[in-house]
Design a protein around this ligand. Structure first.
Ligand code: 5GP
Ligand code: MN
Length: 332
């Protein structure tokens, strides 16, 4: 890792114009890592633009300030920026297709692509890859980069790093929460991060509509696979009737694993042109492999897939059947 970071730092030194991007529907790790990296680069006097396919979700807005240049990709406005960049950083995603509308522009760009990620089996598109699957989050890797560059971790960098790590570790409880990670967190607190305020910003500012939506998800709960599989769903109609947004379903899937005996939890979310699945495992079933059956991917314990132009209603039975097979094969 030290050598890769050394090469990245050398490339940064020689470059001026940077683009940073991440996956569709960015989460706390995606936006937090982007902001920390951007602010570090800006502190070196570089030109930095963050361009994403999706807008920043409301619950992450508190991290932004007026100097952050965060744009939603529009071909007519931003394709030249991507074409003429010296370096494009792609964060928190293993496949370039997860940048959606940016994908082809990034592929065509002559910029040096640098991938920073913690997902298994990444696509090989980047000239430099800082990919560590043992890392809790992409934010943790951005931390190592900034540390090795010997740049001071000021509060404006510490805050998004904290958000990245906190959200991707389920508030410091998942398996990659190590003693070393807590030492990093201690340093971020020393820089001025206040845990309770960050937690309140992220988890306690939801709308009443979101709770209504959660109620609908709970109502849809089905237990299958001899009690080892639980799934819930939200339709476009649920979203409309509760006046909610796609980002409001963040975290819903985790409730499936709070049921005793459940080893695999699925959450189906209808989109305008198909649907999305969130998959979670609490034991020995590799849900990234299961997601792979439907062109998705992710981590062993948390994965996802987007099925475009497929009907949720017609496809769910097939997915449940496959999930049950996986449970039979891999369950403890
Ligand atoms: P979530 O269920 O929270 O949306 O996603 C959980 C994890 O699954 C993410 O951290 C990401 O690694 C992965 N993931 C989610 N959606 C997709 C997808 O459409 N394709 C791939 N390859 N991975 C996904
Ligand atoms: Mn992540």
């Amino acid at each position: 890792m030290k050598n890769t970071i050394k090469n990245i730092i050398e490339k940064i030194d020689l470059s001026n114009n940077f683009i940073i991007t991440t996956h569709v529907n960015p989460d706390g790790d995606a936006i937090g890592s982007e902001l920390a990296l951007a602010r570090y680069l800006q502190s070196l006097g570089k030109n930095v633009t963050i361009i994403n396919h999706s807008p920043t979700p409301d619950y992450l807005f508190f991290m932004l300030n007026s100097k952050d240049n965060v744009l939603e990709f529009k071909e007519e406005l931003h394709s030249d920026l991507i074409k003429n960049a010296d370096v494009i950083f792609t964060l928190d995603m293993s496949q370039l297709s997860r940048t959606k509308s940016l994908e082809n522009f990034i592929r065509k760009s002559t910029a040096t692509k640098i991938c920073i990620d913690h997902h298994p089996s990444p696509e090989d598109y980047a000239e430099l890859s800082l990919v560590e699957t043992t890392s809790s989050s992409t934010g943790e890797l951005v931390y190592y980069l900034i540390k090795q560059a010997e740049v001071e971790i000021t509060l404006d960098i510490a805050l998004p790093l904290y958000v990245a790590i906190m959200t991707d570790t389920g508030s410091f409880k998942y398996e990659r929460t190590t003693a070393n990670l807590h030492r990093i967190i201690a340093e971020l607190l020393d820089a001025g991060v206040v845990p309770i305020s960050v937690h309140q910003e992220i988890y306690d500012q939801g709308s009443a509509n979101r709770i209504q939506l959660l109620g609908r998800a709970f109502n849809s709960l089905v237990i299958a696979g001899d009690g080892k599989l639980a799934y819930m769903k939200i339709s476009l109609n649920d979203l409309k009737e509760t006046n909610s947004k796609e980002e409001d379903v963040e975290g819903f899937v985790s409730y499936t694993l709070s049921i005793k005996g459940v080893e695999v939890g699925l959450f189906f979310f209808e989109l305008e042109n198909g649907f999305k699945i969130s998959l979670r495992s609490s034991t020995t079933v590799p849900v990234n492999k299961l997601a792979g059956e439907f062109n998705g991917g992710g981590h062993f314990f948390a994965a996802g897939a987007r099925l475009e132009d497929k009907s949720m209603k017609d496809t769910i039975p097939k997915i449940i059947e496959t999930a049950n097979q996986y449970i039979k094969q891999y369950s403890k």
